[in-house]
Structures are given as structure tokens and as C-alpha cells.
Ligand binder design. Structure first.
Ligand code: S3P
Length: 440
């Protein structure tokens, strides 16, 4: 079904950021492994997270949504997960499927895993390689694509592992397997990736070591056999989802958008830093904390941006924000160059190809490079008028709709269903800010 976003003069107002997707997955997983009953408010109720909750329930945890939106999770303890009866279907979710493989590796169970067309095309060897070293068995073929079955063991071995790619999912899967392995598991990260697993495991009472020495990889370590204890926590707002509304505020001629309760964590803030380098003057007002994370209200008003060469050090901390950054770059003056972002090739879509195609379909000059892209900014409103192929990718759909709200002509997308995986309230929030988006 085609949906169209038409240009509007003003996007203004305040909305609350939805719960962070990464933290929501981890809340349900860690709650399901803990001793006792955890309670969560502000959990993201997107399809990806709901499927992680369903997987934990299928493995024996008690996962319940109360009226009013609070979630209650009663855990099974460190080694208590059991084989599920049905196939675990993770839908579109790389995070859910990969973190859960790490969890299941240390339990005496066999589970079959699958996902949607997008997830079935994504690489899983990055997870299977270290988990096999620890003792996991599986039925995956050499290409390491879902569907396949895995069999865990209570006799997992600790390893020291240096992932070849900057990936919080790989780091987290290994650490979660390490939680039930014999000995101390270490992940050596060349570039820092999001640290929610480390922080949240500590919140659940586990000891997680983090060693930083200049010029050396970060060493994250976890001793096996630790017990997690139930928590009560509020999930912080998602900076990746907030980035779409912030971009809408920057691009809208009368833009005055505030997104409230956004998690301010240096491993997630690259988009905001780069937008400011391009000339956005984002406001950031402290507004408390949630689950040990600082929260801010982010204010975004219209700004004429300038293209830049995005410093590679920002890439891991904005890995999900490149499609919306490319939209900002399309409205900027001059060229924007992204390098060192080859991981974008294996996201929900090939995000380098999908992002460049989105811009070109709307009259913007852009080209792919093996590890990034180059955008020639229009120094003002992009032409628009195109139909964007979303390729099962929620972030491409949202980026294109934001572009349409500020372009010369409307921008359409071929599908909006995937937006529900990460930001079910996106349409409602855009409508509240004054956007004109409808089915056509
Ligand atoms: C995530 C890690 C990132 C990110 C994804 C969420 C996580 O993936 O793209 O949306 O919650 O750990 P990679 O680990 O593949 O970079």
C-alpha cells in the first residue's frame, strides 16, 4: 500500500520519545533470566520487541502486559530455559534473534529459529562462529542464514573473542552466553558500540568488567554462573527513533520540534553530534534519568545545513541513523561523504543501496561507495515527487516520509507496515507535529 507525505510549512510541537528498542529487548531477556519478578514501564511495544517477549515466554519465562502498559516478567533463573514447542519467529529483528542465540547457548535446549524475508537474508555466522567455540551446536548451512536449529549446553566454555565487525549484537550474544559459561568470557572491541548489555546486566546485579586503555581494544568481561536479580525500571526514550522527528524539525521551514525523554548515551549520540557539525543548533535540556541513563529533551528548529565528511569515529554511535542523516545531507549545501560504514550493507536492507535509491528517486544526486555513500546537497528543498522502495526496512520508510514533509513535491513509500517493528506511534507523532501523511 502506497503512503504519501506531502510538504507542510510548519512541523511543531512536543512528543515523548518511544521506549528504546535495544533496552526493551534486553529488559525482557534479562527479566526472563533473573530470579524473581521484574516490572518495566515505557517498554517499546514494537513488533521486534514483542517477538523477543514471545520467545522468552516460549522458553518458559512469564511475560505479561498489564492494563496501563506496565510489563511484568518472571524469570526462570540462570539455567532454567526449556526447549520451545514451536519455531521461534523473530520477524524482522536482528537484535532479538542474535541476542537470544547467545542466551539459549547456555541452556539445555533445542530451538528452531526463523524470521521474515529480511532477517532470513542477514548474516548469522558472526554469532554462530563464537558461540560454536563456546559449545553451541546448530544446523545452519555454510551461509549461516536462518532458518536453522540450535542446541545449547549447560557446559559452555568461556572464550576471549574479538569480533571482526563493530557490532553490539555480537558483543551482547557472546556476553550473554558467557553469563552461563564456565570461566570468564571476554569480548575485545576495537571500536566502542552501544553498551546497553553491560549497563543493564549491572542493573540486574551482575558484575561486568570494562577495561579501557588508550590505543587498545576495550575489554568487556563477564564471569559465568552469576545470578541476575529482578528489577523495576523505566525504559529510556529511543535516540534512534527520536532522530526522525529531530530531522523533521531541522528541515521544516517553521520547524519547532521537541522530543522529550531521549536517552543521552555517548554510544548512541553520533547522529546528534553530526547534525550539529552540519549546522543544526539542537537544544538539549536535562530531564532526569531512567534505568541509569541520562534523559534529555531535544529541541530542533529550522537550520540550513552544510555538507560534511562524516568523521568515521561517529559511525558506530549512529549506525542506525544513516538513512535519516542522508536526508539531512540532501537538503544541505555541498557534499556529504560517509565512509567506514560497510555494516550498513547487512542491516534490515542493504542500507547503502536503499538510501541512495531513496534519494535518487527524489531528484537528489547520490552515489554508493563500498563502505558508505556521497550525497550532493540541494542547498534547500529537495525536488521530491518519487516513490521509494522500502525493502522491508522501517528506517528507510520513516526517512522517506520525513523527506516528503519538507520537499518541493510529495514523497511516497511503497509500504509502511515495517514501521511497527520499531516505532508504532510514528504516524501519530508525525500527525501531532502537523505532518500530512496518508494512504494514496
Ligand atoms: C543493536 C545493535 C546494532 C543496531 C541495532 C540494535 C543492539 O546492530 O543496528 O538496531 O540492540 O544491540 P549491530 O550490532 O549489528 O551493529
Amino acid at each position: 500500500m502506497v503512503w504519501t507525505s506531502r510538504p507542510v510549512k510548519n512541523l511543531s510541537g512536543a512528543v515523548r520519545a518511544p521506549g528504546d528498542k535495544s533496552c526493551s529487548h534486553r529488559a525482557l531477556i534479562f527479566g526472563g533470566l533473573a530470579d524473581g519478578t521484574s516490572r518495566f514501564t515505557g517498554l517499546l511495544e514494537g513488533d521486534d520487541v514483542l517477538r523477543t517477549g514471545a520467545a522468552m515466554a516460549a522458553l518458559g519465562a512469564k511475560v505479561q502486559r498489564l492494563e496501563g502498559g506496565e510489563w511484568i516478567v518472571t524469570g526462570v533463573g540462570a539455567k532454567g530455559l526449556e526447549s520451545p514447542i514451536d519455531i521461534l519467529d523473530f520477524g524482522n529483528s536482528g537484535t532479538g534473534s542474535r541476542l537470544m542465540m547467545g542466551v539459549m547457548a547456555g541452556h539445555a535446549l533445542t530451538a528452531s529459529l526463523t524470521g521474515d524475508e529480511s532477517l532470513r537474508s542477514r548474516p548469522m555466522n558472526r554469532i554462530l562462529t563464537p558461540l560454536r567455540q563456546m559449545g553451541l551446536s546448530d544446523t545452519a548451512g555454510p551461509d549461516g542464514r536462518l532458518p536453522f536449529s540450535i542446541t545449547g549446553t549447560r557446559a559452555l566454555r568461556a572464550i576471549t573473542y574479538a569480533p571482526p565487525q563493530a557490532s553490539a549484537q555480537v558483543k551482547s550474544a557472546v556476553l550473554l552466553a558467557g553469563l552461563s559459561a564456565e570461566g570468564t568470557t571476554v569480548v575485545e572491541e576495537a571500536k566502542p558500540t552501544r553498551d546497553h548489555t553491560e549497563r543493564m546486566l549491572r542493573g540486574f546485579g551482575a558484575e561486568v568488567g570494562v577495561e579501557r586503555k588508550p590505543g587498545e581494544p576495550i575489554r568487556v568481561s563477564i564471569r559465568g554462573g552469576q545470578t541476575l536479580h529482578a528489577v523495576e525500571a523505566e525504559i529510556p526514550g529511543d535516540p534512534s527513533s527520536a532522530a526522525f522527528l529531530v530531522a523533521a524539525g531541522i528541515l521544516s521551514p517553521g520547524g519547532d520540534v521537541t522530543v522529550e525523554g531521549v536517552m543521552s548515551n555517548p554510544t548512541r549520540s553520533g547522529f546528534y553530534d553530526v547534525a550539529n557539525l552540519m549546522g543544526a543548533h539542537l537544544g538539549a535540556e536535562e530531564c532526569g534519568e531512567a534505568a541509569g541513563e541520562r534523559l534529555i529533551n531535544v529541541a530542533a528548529g529550522y537550520a540550513q545545513l552544510k555538507g560534511i565528511v562524516v568523521p568515521e569515529r561517529y559511525v558506530p554511535s549512529m549506525i542506525d541513523e544513516f538513512p535519516i542523516l542522508a536526508v539531512l545531507a540532501a537538503f544541505a549545501e555541498g557534499e556529504t561523504v560517509v565512509t567506514g560504514a560497510e555494516e550498513l550493507r547487512v542491516k534490515e536492507s542493504d542500507r547503502i543501496g536503499a538510501t541512495v535509491a531513496m534519494l535518487r528517486a527524489n531528484g537528489v544526486e547520490a552515489e554508493e561507495t563500498p563502505d558508505g555513500f556521497i550525497v550532493q546537497g540541494c542547498a534547500g528543498k529537495v525536488p521530491g515527487g518519487g516513490l521509494v522502495e522500502t525493502r522491508h526496512d522501517h528506517r528507510i520508510a520513516m526517512s522517506a516520509l520525513i523527506m516528503g514533509s519538507a520537499a518541493q513535491k510529495p514523497v511516497s513509500v511503497d509500504d509502511i507496515a515495517m514501521i511497527d517493528t520499531s516505532y508504532p506511534d510514528f504516524m501519530a507523532h508525525m500527525a501531532a507535529l502537523g505532518a500530512d501523511i496518508s494512504e494514496t
